[in-house]
Ligand binder design. Structure first.
Ligand code: NPW
Ligand code: K
Length: 524
């Protein structure tokens, strides 16, 4: 399980370790610099020999201190090293200052203003050690200068970011930028200069996995710097964010279909039934013992013509649903995909929520409440999962979405994690806020990011109906008895694995069909 830390959490861990007397800040900085050098050779073994040159850009804090260590260690390995400093050497914090002084015995320090791109890239490696977890405001002109130098049109150099790419907030993953009263157009102009490698310490930072994080980090390598793994010293008010991982087991115990639950998925009317069938098939493949599609009379023929293992039951309106839910064997309900946003959708949602059954609400079941989200929040309960994408999230939580969309001007800035957590508290249930950086938050404070980035990139998932399958996966797991947070996390993780298993050309129908192979890979 990978834990992702905020700047404050990382600082608390470092502080506690230093105060315990077991390690000094200087030792941590030395190990950080060593970690960067190790990572460079692991990533580019061809740099072990030959004429090698590094350009190291150092900032005014301890991130800069790490840079001076890297410069010295590469110099010891007979690299030619050029160092540029942003800011005043006299104002460096003590550990950084000590490493600055060790470096000036070996080489020169130039002002960052003199750093320009020569004709072509002349160094084997460029090290960005300007700002890390201490970034507190936009880097303004410096950013523009670097943006010009590292302009991708010139071809990407081996650019290594120490801890975080400078300018990117380590909590939210956004590039900090000057405030503007006007909302920036979507998508935001991407002013990120791309590192090929980001070497971070102890644990990845939350911002590496959110918003611009992946685009700017390239690849994240975590180096141990000897800090304790005991998180007792962390601020308690918010738990640590984790990378989602599957909490799944094979079907155990009684070999009877009813032992694995019975999911009910509600279909839309005639002509809008495919989404619910995708969800239903997802629920069945993921292991619910039985799945029934509840269909209005108008869509019975259409659904009957397209179902085999999934069962079909006519359910007309809230009254019909109330009667069906008297059968307690329906132990998980999924509604929203293709349901439509008419008044009876609201009645169906309210009926399901009053029945107090594990429930997944997606798509139209959420959009229907755009005008009156409080009605929905009043009835959602702890056994629910809601799965909004960005647009649905904005309709249900407009004030939260506005905070998230506002330009990040000071660090650490409001993040998608903060937004999902706030939404979960308001909704009183698990919120799965979709994206390549899906954030899953439980009102009890647990939070994870299901990343479809870096080595789990799955761009093929952006295809019609894939969200419907996810809603089905989660409801199928809930029918199997998974608690909402575990169901959401596991369902989202498997969803990405299925997309990766299939690869290019994926359409929504393919997703659930990959589950058997993914389960086999997991040894289930
Ligand atoms: N602590 C440890 O033991 C270890 C720490 N380690 C390393 O330290 C890093 C954290 O160090 P850090 O806290 O000193 O923060 P850092 O990112 O260097 O920047 C702070 C400086 O930048 C300034 N500043 C901020 N924004 C600015 C802007 N836009 N434009 C201009 N200035 C700006 C800010 O000024 P201020 O906001 O105070 O005015 C302050 O002077 C961490 O990422 C890791 O690499 C490792 O060695 C392991 C051991
Ligand atoms: K950096």
């Amino acid at each position: 399980m990978t834990e992702l830390l905020t700047a404050a959490q990382m600082r608390a861990i470092e502080q506690a370790a230093i105060e315990s007397g077991k390690v000094t800040g200087l030792e941590l900085m030395e190990r950080a610099g060593q970690g960067v050098v190790e990572a460079i050779f692991e990533e580019w073994p061809e740099l072990q020999s030959g004429n090698r040159k590094a350009v190291v850009l150092c900032g005014p804090g301890n991130n800069g201190g790490d840079g001076f260590v890297v410069a010295r260690l590469l110099n010891e390995r007979e690299w030619e090293v050029e160092v540029f400093l942003y800011g005043n050497a006299d104002k460096l914090p003590p550990d950084a200052k000590a490493n600055y002084e060790r470096w000036v015995e070996l080489g020169e320090v130039q002002s960052i203003e003199d750093f320009q791109r020569p004709l072509g890239w002349t160094a084997s490696v460029y090290v960005d050690a300007m700002f890390g977890t201490g970034l507190s405001r936009p880097i303004g002109d410096l950013h523009n200068q670097l943006w010009e130098v590292f302009d991708a049109d010139a071809g990407l150099p081996r650019l290594v970011a120490v801890d975080t790419p400078s300018g990117v907030c380590s909590d939210c993953g956004f590039v900090l930028r000057e405030g503007t009263k006007e909302r920036l157009p979507a998508p935001l102009p991407n002013h990120v200069f791309e590192s090929q490698l980001t070497v971070t310490f102890h644990s990845p930072k939350v911002g590496h996995y959110l918003s611009d994080g992946e685009a700017s980090c390239g690849k994240v390598i975590v180096k141990d710097i000897g800090l304790p793994r005991d998180n007792n010293m962390l601020p308690k008010e918010k738990g640590v964010v984790k990378l989602a991982s599957p909490i799944i087991h094979g079907k155990r115990g009684v070999n009877h279909k009813y032992a694995h639950g019975h999911a009910l998925v509600l279909s839309g009317t005639h002509g809008s039934t495919g989404a619910a069938r995708l969800a239903a098939r997802g629920a069945l493949r993921i292991g619910a013992g039985l799945v029934t599609l509840g269909s209005p009379r108008s869509a019975m023929l259409e659904n009957a013509a397209n179902l085999t293992a999934v069962m079909l039951k006519q359910i007309d309106g809230a009254l019909g649903l109330t009667e069906v839910l008297e059968d307690m064997r329906f132990n998980a309900v999924c509604l929203g995909p293709g349901l439509g946003v008419r008044a009876d959708t609201q009645a169906l949602v309210l009926t399901v929520l009053k029945a107090n059954r594990p429930t997944v609400l997606d798509a139209d079941a959420l959009t229907r409440f755009s005008a009156n989200p409080d009605v929905l929040f009043g009835l959602l309960h702890k056994d629910c999962v809601i799965t909004p994408h960005g647009g649905e999230f904005t309709k249900l939580f407009p004030d939260i979405a506005e905070k998230l969309a506002a330009p990040a001007t000071t660090g650490p800035a409001y993040s998608k994690v903060d937004a999902a957590r706030e939404a979960a508290t308001r909704a009183g249930c698990v919120v799965l806020f979709k994206g390549p950086d899906t954030v899953i938050a439980d009102p009890d404070g647990r939070c994870s990011i299901n990343s479809a980035q870096y080595d789990r990139a799955a761009p093929w998932l952006a295809t019609a109906g894939s969200g419907d399958v996810l809603a089905g996966f989660i409801s199928g797991l809930m029918a199997r008895g998974f608690p909402p947070m575990a169901a959401a996390e596991t369902g989202a993780w498997l969803h990405v694995e299925c997309a990766r298993k299939f690869g290019p050309g994926l359409i929504a129908e393919d997703l659930a069909e990959q589950l058997p192979a993914v389960f086999r890979d997991l040894g289930l």
